[in-house]
Design a protein around this ligand. Sequence first.
Ligand code: NAD
Length: 476
Amino acid sequence: MFEYAPAPESRSVVDLKPSYGLFIDGTFVDPTDGGSFKSINPASEEVLAEVAEAGAPDVERAVRAARKAYDKVWGPMPGRDRAKYLYRIARLIQERSRELAVLESLDNGKPIRESRDVDLPLVAAHFFYYAGWADKLGHAGFGPNPQPIGVAAQVIPWNFPLLMLAWKIAPALAAGNTVVLKPAETTPLTALLFAEICQQADLPAGVVNILTGAGDTGRALVEHPGVDKVAFTGSTDVGRAIARSVAGTRKKLTLELGGKAANIVFDDAPIDQAVEGIVNGIFFNQGHVCCAGSRLLVQENVADRVLESLKRRMAQLRVGDPLDKNTDVGAINSAAQLERIRELSDAGSAEGAERWSPPCELPDRGFWFAPTIFTGVTQAHRIAREEIFGPVLSVLTFRTPAEAVEKANNTPYGLSAGIWTDKGSRILWMADRLRAGVVWANTFNKFDPTSPFGGYKESGYGREGGRHGLEGYLNV
Ligand code: NAD
């Protein structure tokens, strides 16, 4: 193992305020009943800021502001003018990307290498991409003159705080809607910096409103009768509750929920590349990825070779300070999430699977979990069925392509899958049969604003990204 000198990114680029208000109607305001909560750095447990907690009166204010902006400014505005604002936001994100990346790593715990090189470029790309659609909606395949829906309530999780914001806000605004967005309670800070960017871009007041708070704020927002569209990304349980509350109303709904993706390695795959893909599939972003390749299905005759290589590669992963540019695996986002990962991993051992982690020293403070694999996993094990949402891989084996398909599809989820093989015909054969919204071949966790992303079954419905991502924000 090589020793590297620490190479921390400076946090001086971020100007953290001690406290943050709610962003309603173009300005930061205090919450009506004065509630607040703390956002902490999961790598150190340091309090980063005190953040306002929005209650029902604040939801009312924000929805009213969004409605007014929709009726008076944003709805009537020609697409080519909306596009200018989106391009301006995209450019400001690029200009301030270092600041946004450092803040994202501080608040979320993800390695700076990922926030800097993956999250932020994709966030800007999303705004650029949808800016291009704003004056071409009649060519998106939804009729000659598709109309926006109105006010969108958007609730997002903590694993990609800014990227999920971009996935929600960019298509909504391009299509002519206004939004009220609630970031997750453990990662509110980059959404508030994004609110400052909206001010800097002179975005008309009320087009984007940001309400911080926890589940109660989210519930009040999605249940508000003044909302026309609900877009949610997060856990399947909360998604189900939202689907129930929206049922029977005129609200349009899209849900992006959990996953338990199979990453399938055939014996003719280039093993070294496949091992990189396995590592990227499950240890990228600490495994806090809904489409993570959390089940490795490896062909039996190469299983020993793949596992030996995988263990050697895992021993090279550097776990630690998210702001250090050498870090591969950062902090677990919260104490609660760490507890969930521990509970499910302990269940894996108790059910008889064999657990392995490379030797690695974890910091004393903060929330950490060593990269872990379980071998000898059967399909009945909880670690093969439930979403762990952490750096934990369950390894199963198969003999034939048909068995691989059957095992891959044996899950209540259907978000993504990966196939590693030398044969193009096998890729197509498998992709036809896998019940997953996204299938990657000889790669994994590749995202692009032009391609639709979304799930089958309990992974939700609706698509984000691409032309398809506009559909959820248009009356078609
Ligand atoms: P969650 O579903 O509880 O939270 C996601 C968002 O929904 C947050 O903003 C939260 O405040 C909000 N929320 C919570 N209850 C709500 C309600 N009743 N009505 C409206 N909004 C509500 O997810 P979590 O607690 O952050 O994580 C739990 C599990 O969810 C994870 O272990 C993981 O399995 C899964 N998850 C999936 C994704 C994904 O991208 N698919 C992302 C994060 C978490």
